[in-house]
Design a protein around this ligand. Structure first.
Ligand code: XMP
Length: 505
């Protein structure tokens, strides 16, 4: 088990992901709020930070229980921190050291085993380490950065100025492996199989003979959480799948069917009318999200009350949500309030169980595969909790939902038929609140415009639009206009995130 201390860098989660790729379990904690009992940990990594160690509000950490006691790797801010407060010197650098660089010198060391001189690394800092800390030994340099890596003589303390966790650092994973496996001897035993075994055991001990209720959404997280719980407690798991009327075409029926085939004890609740009433006349995106969130809670609450003596609520929370909620800067600024299945009020008085709270999304998929869940279900694109409502700009009507469901079905089926679905991280269509003039036969039309969106991403935090083949776009556009009554124009969204977002609302 590895402890990663977060100083607020956007890259900290990436460090954890790279460590997990080595089948090593790790946890992220804020630099100022981590467990006092360090006995479960075999190594510590200090992450980067947007702050400067030279500024007055530099984030300070007491390393006395860590340094010299556990193998320590300090990355970027961490490396500067060690230098600045342990006898070295950090200064503003003359040039902004940002982007790709190449190592020009590497000391022969286990730390750099299987790493080539010339290896590309990713720099992102504006301070530079002028003088190494006491007992520091230089391990690597680049053309512009003399002290790109160092160690402390007599300790298993290592520091690197560049970011090994970023893909642009070609040998970054190798360096992490050298440090964690060869130097710190951390076992590589965190595999999907081991996770399932441990998790089922823990769930059985925690929940015992109690009843658990879980809201299924058709998505990967809630499905994997349900199957894990089902494996652990069988019929004591009660699943509820709510149709909010904003799912994809035929999705409610299809997915419900799939769940039943998987042996899950699931009740499908069609609450379409209720959601439509709640949304009636609402145009503001946040108001729509709130209305859907509240309607969901009401429906779920009523259904849960029908289950006698239920005491637990299971949620498909995953690790990024957990990290976010304890992050150094506090939950990051709300750009859009996300509604996820399961955000239930306290008055339900249910105890919470979150079997996936330590997993990243890709790990959830791998666990799902180990559990034998249909690859098609596991490979489904993410779909927002409020469903099509945030892809219908402005007020929602049943007719608009119908139009968008048809458009979406043509697009998604087209992607599948052309072998493009798995190459895309998320795709969907947006119904715009404008009509445009068209001509069909001899008739002038004045109908809706839809935008198609397909993005590549790893976690939805950043995304690029996918360069779908023109031929494909042409075919889909024709098919939509010919088949879907009410649409006479199709456009393709070519904006990346940032500065755009994936959804339009
Ligand atoms: P944005 O639009 O913020 O979306 O770039 C990032 C990812 O989050 C999904 N998304 C949501 N998911 N409730 C959800 O459960 C929401 O309100 C919501 N809004 C956006 C979006 O589909 C993308 O995967």
């Amino acid at each position: 088990n590895v402890l990663i201390l977060d100083f607020g860098s956007q890259y900290t989660q990436l460090i954890a992901r790279r460590v997990r790729e080595l089948n090593i379990f790790c946890e992220i904690f804020p630099y100022n709020h981590f467990p006092t009992d360090l006995s479960p940990y075999k190594a510590v990594i200090l992450g980067g930070s947007p702050y400067s160690v030279r500024s007055e509000d530099a984030l300070q950490i007491d390393l006395s229980n860590i340094r010299g006691k556990l193998p320590l790797l300090a990355v970027c801010y961490g490396a500067q921190y060690l230098a600045h407060f342990s006898g070295g010197e950090v200064a503003a650098s003359n040039i902004r050291e940002y982007g790709r660089a190449n190592l020009s010198y590497i000391k022969e060391e286990v730390f750099f085993e299987n790493v080539n001189v010339n290896s590309q690394v990713w720099m992102s800092h504006s301070d530079t380490i002028k003088h190494l800390p006491t007992n520091g030994v230089k391990l690597a340099s680049t053309k512009d950065v003399e002290n790109a890596a160092y160690k402390i003589d007599g300790e298993t303390t290592y520091a690197i100025q560049f970011h090994p966790e970023v893909y642009h650092s070609t040998d970054g994973k190798q360096i992490l492996e050298n440090f964690l496996v060869k130097i710190a001897h951390v076992p590589q035993n965190f595999t999907p199989n081991a996770f399932v075994e441990d998790c089922v055991k823990e769930l059985q001990e925690k929940v015992k003979g109690d009843k658990v209720v879980l809201g299924l959404s058709g998505g990967v997280d809630s499905t994997v959480a349900a199957v894990l719980l089902h494996k652990a407690i069988g019929k004591n798991l009660y699943c509820i799948f709510v149709n909010n009327g904003l799912l994809r075409k035929n999705e409610f029926e299809n997915v419900l069917h799939q769940y039943k085939d998987m042996g899950l004890n699931v009740k499908g609740v069609d609450a379409t009318a209720r959601f439509m009433t709640a949304l009636d006349g609402l145009e503001d995106p946040e108001a729509k999200r709130k209305a859907i969130g509240n309607a969901f809670i009401e429906v779920f609450d009523e259904e849960a009350h029908l289950i006698e003596d239920v005491t637990w609520l299971a949620q498909g929370t995953i690790y990024p949500d957990v990290i976010e909620s304890v992050s150094v800067k506090g939950p990051s600024a709300t750009i859009k309030s996300h509604h996820n299945v399961g955000g239930l009020p306290d008055y339900m008085k249910l105890k919470i169980v979150e079997p996936l709270r330590m997993l990243f999304k890709d790990e959830v998929r791998r666990v799902g595969k180990t559990l034998g869940i249909d690859p098609e279900l596991l490979g489904r694109h993410p779909f927002p909790g409020p469903g099509l409502s945030i892809r219908i700009l402005g007020a929602i009507t049943p007719e608009k939902v119908r139009i968008l469901q048809e458009v979406d079905a043509v697009f998604i089926n087209g992607l599948k038929e052309h072998g493009l679905y798995d190459k895309v991280w998320q795709a969907g269509a947006i119904l715009l609140p404008v009509n445009s003039v068209g001509v069909m036969g001899d008739e002038r039309t004045y109908e809706k415009v839809v935008a198609l969106r397909a993005v590549e991403s790893t976690d939805g935090m950043t995304a690029d639009w996918v360069h779908l083949p023109y031929e494909f776009l042409m075919k889909i556009s024709n098919e939509i206009i010919n088949k879907v009554k009410g649409v006479n124009r199709v456009v393709y969204d070519i904006s990346s995130k940032p500065p755009a977002t994936i959804e339009w609302e």
